[in-house]
Design a protein. Structure first.
Length: 247
């Protein structure tokens, strides 16, 4: 399929300000630490770490910061133990929300998220209340090659073994089964494609439109969730207005 990639635009929103950049770097460093402790410090033999390094570079995290995070995790046996958890809930207007967290204090995190759901007209849900409205996918974002036609990109992407591809002006997105993410990413790199991001994501089966008032409340809730230090990603099924392009 071709068309405008709202998902990529939402994921690639530019963070403004030193405090926000620092928050992103801290979250990525936490991800690096978990990946290193789980499968080692060599990204060539740890595909999860490799993908997080791609994410770090896409967010302009300095190489020195990445290296320090890897070194610290490889030598730190007494640090905090982080648990990967999924919280689900409902926002205003029939919206569904999935919050992906890494936390060392799950009661604190659950309380913070429940407060935000309640404050902005939603509610924390039970297991699978929102997940059933999403598909778990491997998502690979690649830079669109200069001069490449859509047919060229389709051929490269589909030959990599992906399930689907979405082509935009500057990037194209490749969708895979989660178990195929690493193999497809490697195949694309072997074809000299510039992989900007590779991760597991939750994609909504259907989207909803909110009234202007509800959209304002929902957007504020999502922003505050994303500001939480324990939150890695927030997925939802709301159609958001496109971000204005920076001058």
């Amino acid at each position: 399929m071709s068309g405008h990639s709202k998902w990529a635009n939402n994921k690639a929103k530019k963070e403004k300000g030193d405090a926000q950049r620092a928050r992103i770097f801290t979250k990525i460093a936490r991800e690096i630490g978990v990946a290193v402790r789980a499968s080692g410090a060599d990204p060539d033999h740890n595909s999860k770490l490799y993908d997080i390094i791609l994410k770090a570079r896409a967010n302009n995290m300095p190489n020195d910061n990445i290296a320090r995070s890897i070194k610290k995790a490889a030598g730190d046996n007494d640090g905090a133990v982080y648990e990967s958890l999924i919280y689900e809930g409902y926002g205003v207007g029939g919206s569904a929300v999935i919050v992906d967290v890494l936390t060392d204090k799950k009661n604190r995190t659950a309380g913070d998220l429940r407060h935000l759901f309640d404050k902005y007209g939603g509610s924390m849900g039970t297991t699978n209340c929102a997940l059933i409205m999403f598909d778990k996918k491997g998502v690979i974002v690649c830079k669109r090659p200069d001069g490449a036609s859509e047919d060229d990109i389709y051929e490269i992407a589909l030959d990599s073994g992906c399930d689907d591809v979405l082509i935009d002006e500057e990037v194209y997105e490749v969708y895979t089964a989660p178990s195929d993410l690493n193999a497809v990413r490697v195949s694309l790199e072997q074809e000299k494609q510039t992989v900007m991001q590779a991760e597991i994501a939750y994609m909504p089966n259907n989207t909803v439109d909110l009234t202007e008032e509800n959209l304002e409340r929902f957007t504020k809730m999502i922003e505050l969730m994303e500001d939480n230090d324990d939150v890695q990603n927030v997925y939802h099924n709301v159609n958001l207005p496109e971000e204005p392009e920076e001058e």
